[in-house]
Design a protein around this ligand. Structure first.
Ligand SMILES: [Zn+2]
Length: 417
């Protein structure tokens, strides 16, 4: 089996014991480190690591060991991004000018912006072209250090085009060493053909789209945009219950625009995550306590749309876990840079660098159901790692958030850049 030794590591950060799947409350402040270290990769996985000189005799026998000199830099887990919409056609930069000029959401939609216009463009775009555009974005975030990625459908809004999006996600899974999970988001908005008939659209999502998605095994999770002006908690429960019959757990868009009841709906069906949460009250925090649901916040969307930021600090003080993700999408967060997300977590949400680090690695992996295999430096996990240039402190990563800090990205044991 192929072996790679990383030597001359200034510090390994983000060591987590096997079986620890998320960090909650005060634990989020803990980042375990090891100085003057080496790390051995065997095949796709982290084999072992330690401090001091690497063990002798690794190169003996028939196996040669490739050596990477970290030059005193850090080794950390690759970022995990548990909420994106990177499969889309074209972009919405025109809408950017309209937003700056103060146009309303309705005016922007009339001029060709918003989810429904992304859906129109996606329908006209052949699968091959959609794959090409999406691959470009996925490769971009991979080089920025993302080693695990959740991608949603939701710009198809009819069965044929939702399937097209999910097939593109399946092709991305096969094409890249990034660990990818697919989420079916048929209930992102009501498709144009169903304007004024939201109830019928939800029935169609449950009885036509979901069986078709499940028949091809295209989704790992199901999502609903449960918010003011989109889908109600009752409709959300209807879709979650239908999805449960196909073994699909929920990851819900909730409380972005209003206190929507989406958190409670998600928790009542043991959703894996509830995401956005810009608008929450104590009732949402109470609803999440003692559950397996990961509260996930998307500061890049708050930044781009000038919305309030989620109250991550309150969640953590209440003993809850928090994950951060990019929400990479053409309308409200056209960036998948997880280092910037980490910086926004610190600057705008007042998370410590350690809390933001755990939110962007282990906890975000949990929110994709893959924290057994990625999200930390743990023997036996996938070797999805960032080797950094020499850094004075973990805080430098979010602090100097545009100074290049990556020397190498290693995914499944192979150097990507
Ligand atoms: Zn989203």
């Amino acid at each position: 089996m192929k072996k790679t030794l990383i030597k001359n590591i200034g510090k390994i950060i983000g060591i987590v014991p096997e079986g620890k799947l998320r960090k909650e409350g005060a634990e989020m402040e803990e980042v375990e480190t090891l100085e003057d270290a080496w790390l051995l990769i065997e095949g796709e996985k982290i084999h072992s690591f330690g401090s001091g000189e690497p063990p002798a005799g690794l190169s003996s026998g028939e196996h040669t060991v490739r050596t990477i000199d970290a030059g005193g830099g850090y080794v950390m887990p690759a970022f995990c991004d548990s909420h994106t919409h990177i499969v889309y056609a074209g972009s919405r930069y025109g809408e950017f000018r309209d937003k700056i000029n103060g146009l309303s959401y309705e005016q922007i939609a009339e001029r060709g912006g918003g989810i429904l216009n992304s859906a129109d463009l996606l329908r006209e775009t052949p699968e091959e072209e959609l794959f090409r555009q999406s691959l470009e974005r996925a490769v971009e975030v991979m080089h920025k250090g993302t080693g695990a990625l959740e991608i949603k459908s939701g710009y198809g809004l009819d069965t044929e085009n939702e399937l097209k999006m999910l097939r593109v996600i399946r092709r991305l899974k096969a094409a890249l060493p990034v660990e990818i999970r697919a989420t079916f988001l048929g209930a992102h908005a009501v498709g144009r053909a169903y304007t004024g008939r939201q109830g019928e659209y939800v029935d169609m999502v449950c009885h036509e789209m979901l069986p078709a998605v499940a028949a091809e095994g295209l989704a790992d999770f199901v999502d609903v945009f449960c918010d003011r002006g989109f889908f109600t908690p009752e409709e959300t429960l209807q879709i979650l219950d239908a999805a449960q019959m196909y073994g699909l757990r929920g990851k819900i868009h909730a409380n972005e625009l209003a206190v929507s009841g989406g958190v409670q709906a998600g928790v009542s069906r043991n959703a894996l995550s509830v995401d956005h949460l810009e608008q929450t009250a104590q009732a949402e925090i109470d609803a999440l306590k003692g559950t397996e649901t990961m509260p996930t916040m998307l500061p890049g969307a708050s930044f781009f749309s000038r919305l309030p930021y989620g109250q991550a600090k309150n969640f953590i003080r209440s003993g809850l876990a928090v994950a951060l993700a990019s929400d990479y999408n053409p309308g409200s967060s056209p960036s998948g840079d997880m280092r910037f997300v980490m910086a926004l977590g610190c600057i705008q949400m007042r998370l410590t660098p350690e809390e933001a680090f755990n939110a962007c690695t282990l906890n975000s992996a949990y929110a994709m159901g893959i924290s057994r295999t990625v999200g930390s430096v743990t023997a036996g996990k996938l070797a999805n790692l960032i080797v950094t240039v020499p850094l004075p402190d973990l805080a430098f990563i979010p602090y100097s958030h545009h100074t290049p800090f990556i020397s190498r990205v290693i995914l499944k044991g192979d150097i990507q850049s």
